[in-house]
Ligand binder design. Sequence first.
Ligand SMILES: *Cc1c(COP(=O)(O)O)cnc(C)c1O
Length: 386
Amino acid sequence: MVRHSSRIELSQSALKTNFGFIRKKIGPEPVISSVVKANAFGHGIYPFVPMAEDCGIHHFAVASSYEAYEVLEARTNPESRVMIMGILYESDLAWVVEHEVEFFVYDFRRLEQARSAAEKAGKKAVIHLEVETGGNRTGLSEKELMSALRFLKKHEDTIQFEGFCTHFAGIESLANQFRVQRQLTRFNELYNKVKKFGYLPKLRHTACSAAALAFPETVFDMVRVGTAQFGLWPSPDIYNMHLMEAGKSKDSPLKRILTWKTDIMHIKDIKKDEFVGYGTSFQAPRDMRIAVIPIGYSNGYPRTLSNRGEVIIRGKKAPVVGLINMNVFMVDVSHLPDVELDDDVILIGRNGRHSISIRSFSEFTNAINNELVSRLPYAIPRKRVR
Ligand SMILES: *Cc1c(COP(=O)(O)O)cnc(C)c1O
């Protein structure tokens, strides 16, 4: 088999720890919907879905019908459910109903389309009404909600009213609290209208990772958890809130599940005053030994880490020297006289005392954690490890 220039490992034990921590925060009752949009935030939907299933997860959420298709391909338990929160083309509705995929409804016209698809398939369409609470992304207005309820009550035989939900506009940041608390109040008002109407959904849900970890009043029958399951804190604010509650135990209860590794492709000795790589951004201050790494910005390694990033080789950090190119970059290994071709190079991960976090990338790149991981190329092979 020909090899790709890097590989990703996903830790099953870290994942188990993360779901354990999330479960402790939300209590035993709520369903955890594992959000696996964007190729499971770049971790790889195919290895990740069975790993989550092995942790007892049987509900998944995605952003498109294509991703729903991938979850159905990846799942090992035929009982595992999948829910589309984002784009669903009308032409995909027949497939979605046929495969019992759940979906958000944020447009009243979708209900008639769903009813018609369900009638043709001879199966119920399973829907979640998403309501507008102030995020101003997708969601039904109050007027549309009331029309939707009347429609649903009339068509109970073809449409199953599974969920009632909204999404917060930035609950991970304390600066947005005035806004998201208004959203929660609005959501509760709208839910009371549904109650008065007398036709209740099975699941009420609003919480993403940050909400589930830090705001218990947002946790109802289900939580939709993306970021936290991968062992990433949604924001420094949420991490601080955890620390204040938990006291000063230094160890994060969330464990990064992803390790990204590559190899050394070439080693060379250079003389003081030589330049390294393209341009003149790095000039050797002394005689040096340089290792060439077969990864560049096309592989998802940010170009902004030029002259700033670090990798781990033989348990020691080695700094990036020069620019990150499309497919290679160079690191200084002058302090590692024993380096050899094919030595493992850790781009993200831990070896002994040293660790390179995804957040450390963000400090230089302005990219948030999720942006960085979700862009890791689809082609990189991913595998489960213990
Ligand atoms: C992405 C997303 C989530 C998960 O958000 P995290 O903060 O990563 O947990 C939940 N709900 C909706 C509607 C989303 O789009």
